[in-house]
Design a protein around this ligand. Sequence first.
Ligand code: SF4
Length: 340
Amino acid sequence: MLQQTTVATVAPYFDRFVARWPDISALAAASLQEILQLWQGLGYYARARNLHACARAVVERHGGALPADPAALRALPGIGDYTAAAIAAIGFDRPVAAIDGNVERVISRIYAVSEPLPAAKPRLKALASALVPQQRPGDFAQALMDLGATICTPRQPRCVLCPWRRCCMAAARGLADTLPAAAAKPERPLRHGVAFWLTRPDGAVLLRRRPENGLLGGMTEFPSTPWRSEPWALEEAIEIAPAAADWVALPGTVRHGFTHFRLELAIVAGRGEVDGMWSKIDRLGEHALPTLMKKVASHSVSALSAYGGPAVGEPGSGSRNSGRNASPLIAKRTGAKDRR
Ligand code: SF4
């Protein structure tokens, strides 16, 4: 949970998790959907899938107890070099270096490593590994992490309080604030998509489940076009709508940032019925909706209520482009009524 996420954000999630699944065997017996539901809002959902797969692998391969060996830990789903080393060092007192961003920063400053990250990683790892003591390596790992988190901070490190000040080359040379050097990051590309907000006469909205593998795998979403680099024309998007309806483009877009790209989702709303997963709007919280889809729901509900509520797109409602509900929205017919 703590990968890419602060302790303050994680704490309530962690408490809920361990209250519901107090040990690895209980977690292994849970369904992925249950786990994704409790994970909602924490982001980086691959971690939840990996956690579940890892619990199952630990039960199958190791009888429900985590192994102490870093290589055996590394072979489990979702456990990379850092996590394997941290578990081995802190949980089992194995003399291995657990190197996260905090530790890289401390080591790059102690040795005044000017080579930028990520190219400097192998060197920083070698330098950190050489420092690991045979006595109490778990305490050493935690001390180094805490030093990076509380004293040797990214900006304005508090060198006067640092126990390593006398041997720190960056402090001696006045370079602490400038290290570690980072290579310039390219801007994340922008992708575009169109989400379909389809409602039934009873007010339920259409959902679907994403494939288990890949981005937001196994999560629930509102149907959408693929996300691609070129913007979608409305007619083109409607060609692959989940149902035939008088689709109406809602004003504005939903923006969301993923690790490797930014996304702009336009939303079209319509009314219709089709086989699938439906939910009342006030019960969407019972589904494993990622933050992006919560934004889509909130945007759609507020845009539609400004526009005239559930009458949008309803045949005979007079709500499209004319009458008392005339609005800046654009209405388009699907031309694909045989798709129902
Ligand atoms: S002396 Fe300053 S720069 Fe060096 S490790 Fe300590 S806090 Fe970091």
